[in-house]
Design a protein around this ligand. Structure first.
Ligand SMILES: *Cc1c(COP(=O)(O)O)cnc(C)c1O
Length: 354
């Protein structure tokens, strides 16, 4: 039986997606060729990437609104610099809510003046700063919607005239937002959309063309928009599996449906973390992430027993990030509610045995 996969990334994917993906490796499209040995310019693959780009826009409610969806390479980490390369003329504003925000700030600072509007670093990123001002002359404001490592999530986004750029790597397609408030959204596929190897960039075309510097073709969003994400060979497998996952999401009811399931999962787990005297949550309650729940065991001497129990129950990937320790349960879209119940049962079993 498949493990209950709470891995923070690469993430769990739906069984039917894995099955279709493995079939396509042997025989794609009944053409007696593998998906990964055909030309990316062949009609069957062009259909895949077009379908993936259209599905992304459709699920986000961004069709016919001046947006383009791109499947690029280099991970979300390349977007830290690409956003700045393409958008930062003089000054940009950043909200620092964790490791990934900090990395985005470091990269962008190579391209212009950075204003860190607020940071929760002093409190080990255990909350999302709420009161801050975005300078009106900033070229854009950058934030991280979900802090995968610390387990905090932005529940609302600032209303500002400044273009909004967001790293949604670990919660894209997990909850309804007014996505048209954002001018650029990027997300590494491997958290909530597919395997590692491709990054979705959703971009409002009219924000481009405002910086004076010359931009190398590969790092220029315009290149990829003009070439329909086919300027160079795309990560065909990662794009295909992302397409299958987006098809799956559409079929089960889209973001509005999965959001309800995700709420059920996180409520089930957080209720247990708060009820069970052996555990405590790590971050500010109102900022808790519905995707990555972080918690600790109060009495260290019980950790070994707990680790044994969850491993016996077939759970995978529950260890916290090395920078904060404790536990982290990542409950991405494809994780069934049942898996969370298994974890809760293990926490209760430990309580009985302690
Ligand atoms: C994992 C992660 C990244 C880094 O993604 P890569 O694709 O490995 O570069 C960036 N931002 C967030 C929020 C993440 O969770």
């Amino acid at each position: 039986m498949k493990k209950h996969n709470f891995s923070a990334g690469p993430c769990i994917l739906p069984d039917e997606v894995l099955k279709k993906a493995s079939d396509a490796i042997i025989n794609f499209n009944n053409d007696n060729l593998s998906l990964i040995e055909i030309s990316h310019r062949s009609k069957p693959f062009v259909n895949v990437i077009e379908n993936a780009r259209n599905l992304a826009l459709e699920l986000l409610g961004l069709e016919n609104k001046g947006y383009d969806a791109l499947f690029l390479q280099g991970g979300a980490s390349s977007q830290f610099l690409m956003t700045a390369y393409n958008l930062l003329d003089k000054k940009a504003a950043y909200l620092n809510t964790g490791t990934w925000s900090s990395k985005a700030i470091k990269e962008a600072s190579l391209f212009g003046d950075l204003v860190e509007v607020a940071s929760s670093k002093k409190e080990n990123f255990s909350y999302i700063p709420k009161k801050y001002e975005i300078p009106l002359d900033a070229d854009y404001f950058h934030c991280t919607s979900n802090n995968t490592i610390y387990g905090t999530q932005m529940k609302s986004f600032p209303k500002t005239q400044v273009p909004l750029v967001c790293d949604m790597s670990s919660d894209i397609f997990s909850r309804q937002l007014n996505f048209s408030e954002f001018d650029l959204i990027y997300a590494g596929a491997q958290k909530n959309m597919g395997p590692a190897g491709t990054t979705l960039v959703v971009i409002k075309k009219n924000i481009l063309g405002k910086v004076k510097r010359k931009i190398p073709s590969m790092l220029n969003y315009k290149t990829h928009i003009e070439k329909d994400s086919m300027f160079n060979t795309p990560s065909v497998f990662a794009v295909y599996v992302s397409m299958l996952t987006l098809e799956w999401l559409k079929k089960i009811g889209g973001i509005s449906f999965i959001e309800k399931v995700n709420q059920k999962k996180s409520t089930l787990l957080y209720n247990e973390i708060d009820r069970n005297p052996l555990f405590s949550g790590i971050v500010n309650v109102e900022d808790r992430s519905h995707m990555n729940a972080t918690f600790t065991i109060k009495n260290d001497s019980l950790a070994k027993k707990f680790d044994e129990l969850w491993k016996e129950a077939g759970i995978n990937g529950l260890n916290g990030h090395r920078s904060i320790g404790g536990y982290r349960a990542s409950m991405y879209n494809a994780l069934p509610l049942y898996s969370v119940q298994v974890l809760v049962d293990v926490m209760q079993e430990l309580e009985k045995k302690a």
